[in-house]
Design a protein around this ligand. Structure first.
Ligand code: MN
Length: 302
């Protein structure tokens, strides 16, 4: 049995199905399936299971990272292997009979590719495309790609005559029409404020607050907020340069915004949210968000 982590990404799926070529009788176990896992299995014409077997003679865990993402009960496996590119703690590694962990590569797909190649396993065009997608996804669209990632992609795309757009397509998910309309409405209703050369944009939508905040940011706002009064939900997004300068939406902004509307907030530095219950405080909470954003931009403006 080969297991991925829950809600697998392209790298987990690519390395799992690549290793299945080495062990054709193996089953792939996906603990918590998602659109990505369904799309990839469909693309390969392969199947996976979503409940773990009662016992297996060999478990291969791929791209797991740590014990919290390990969903196959280890005691059900006679022998256990870990294949990963994440830094794992010693206590986790000790649970395995063997492991192949290389933290110098961007993806488990690169390790799986190496294993197949050294064992003389044939790689077909679809698996090759998927391995490229795994690398592309884990290297953040090649933005943090290391030389080996480029080497493997060059080999696979060259040998199999792969169109790179097919690689990108495997990890691309279209938005449904209601989300697209919410994004347009977010732009139509946006309030745009300038602080020096920087822009803060705020807007309201009835749903898709995260997507709306990202739409405003992608349109050029340095910091953006999208709120839904119906859901009493406000999301914030900002450009990466602000995070590098110490701005933290999840820590410094959204908890205060949530508190203003009688709730709470938190999240990541560059993408965070707040929820509340006091509808009369929705507008003050939106204004609070914009005020905090403008204050930070004032402090860093040239
Ligand atoms: Mn990975």
């Amino acid at each position: 049995m080969i297991t991925t982590h829950p809600l697998p990404d392209a790298d987990a799926m690519a390395s799992a199905f690549a290793l299945k070529r080495l062990y054709p009788k193996a089953q792939v176990f996906v603990p918590d399936e998602n659109d990505q896992s369904r799309k990839i299995a469909g693309y390969l014409g392969e199947k996976y299971v979503t409940t773990p077997d009662d016992k297996t003679d060999l478990l291969i865990a791929v791209d797991i990272g740590g014990p919290e993402l390990m969903r196959f009960p280890l005691e059900r496996a006679e022998r256990r292997m870990l294949i990963d590119h994440h830094q794992a703690k010693h206590a986790f590694l000790e649970k395995f009979d063997g492991y192949y962990v290389d933290t110098n590569v961007n993806s488990t797909s690169e390790i799986a590719y190496k294993i197949l190649k050294e064992n003389g396993v044939r790689i077909d065009k679809r698996l090759a495309t998927l391995l490229c997608a795994g690398i592309y996804s884990d290297s953040i669209s090649l933005r943090i790609a290391k030389p080996n990632a480029f080497r493997v992609i060059a080999e696979l795309t060259g040998e199999h005559n792969i169109n790179f757009s097919d690689v990108v397509e495997l990890i691309t998910f279209g938005r449904d029409v209601s989300e697209k309309i919410a994004r347009f409405k977010a732009c139509q209703r946006a309030r745009v404020e300038r602080v020096g050369d920087y822009i803060v944009a705020t807007t309201t939508v009835s749903s898709f607050t995260s997507s709306a905040a990202q739409a405003l940011r992608d349109l050029g706002a340095d910091i953006s907020f999208a709120g839904s009064k119906r859901d009493m939900d406000i999301k914030g997004a900002c450009k990466p340069w602000l995070v590098e300068r110490g701005f933290n939406l999840g820590r410094d902004v959204m908890p205060l915004v949530g508190k203003t509307m009688g709730g709470d907030g938190g999240g990541h530095p560059g993408m965070a949210g707040a929820r509340g219950t006091d509808e009369t405080k929705f507008v003050p909470a939106m204004l609070e968000a914009a005020k905090l954003a403008k204050q930070f931009l004032e402090s860093v403006k040239k």
